[in-house]
Design a protein around this ligand. Sequence first.
Ligand SMILES: [Zn+2]
Length: 359
Amino acid sequence: MATVLRNVRVFDGESFTEARDVALDGGLIVERAGPDADIVDGAGGYLVPGFIDCHIHLAGPHTQELLVAAGVTTALDMSSPAPLVNAMRGRAGVTDIRSAMMATTSPRSAHAERMKAIPAAQEALVTGPADAEAAVARRVDQGADYLKIVIDLPGFEQQDVDALVASAHARGLRTVAHASRWDAVAMAETAGIDVLTHAPLDRSIDDAQAARLAAAGTVIVPTLTMMKGIVERVNPAGGRGPTYAPAQESVRRLHAAGVPILAGTDANETPAAPASPAFGSSLHDELELLVEASLTPAEALRAATSVAAQHFGLDDRGAIAVGLRADLVLLGADPTVDIAATRSIRDVWLAGDRVPDQE
Ligand SMILES: [Zn+2]
């Protein structure tokens, strides 16, 4: 169905244009739609690319409904059994899913201990470097879009992570490391990881390390929503114990050093998870936390759109330009003035189709 969105201000990556028309046809943003196109009056609203949440864990089909209602048109799953991922990837008219399939971890890690009851988690355990090649090959056969490596310490040794990264890179897969402690970040850095996820709660990344990560082209999905959720759960009174400050400070230093920051929430409904951000709405929490951690509102919007697309190889989306997928969100207020305006959602289009209201 061809559509013309009339009278919309368009986010160009920095600010909003004057009100204009945007045409959609065949699932894409096009120069102009045919004469029989549906006309939608945008009433001067603010049009942004559909949001990309760079860290979720699928729970079931309702996951995609919650995500798309919140304007999240693409979500990157960071560990789920392959049959669940494949069932959800086949659904039309809902959030587009990419996945690591099950994350690899060491049988000695706390994650492995927590996942003992989950049969699918057992096939993802990597005991040593000799297992790395087969583990990566299994992910490729399952259709993984990237390799997720959970660096829980104690757990993996440096040589294990080195072997996993080398095997993944040999097959053209990006590598994503769960690193929620400072020493895990150091291990990931040494191994040449592509994407860090989480931000350490024990000690902030320092300026020298931030500069090295920037030079190496490493990017980070800090999941501040998750880090804040963990602190609120384990140290609710703010006494002795972990605080949120090191996570925020790491983002501030990485951002200042030029490390690309990507928006991701770690949304999940996993009973064993240390906290469970809600699907969809948590992306808007994350954008606010990124602004608190020194990103401008426009930078936060890019973290959830063009920068996310660029660093996960999603070349067909992440911006509003002719030829790209028509994943779009129409807002009632300007999020470059107040990032909380990303919540003022009037309408969502997914590959050119308007998503019906949930009520
Ligand atoms: Zn996660």
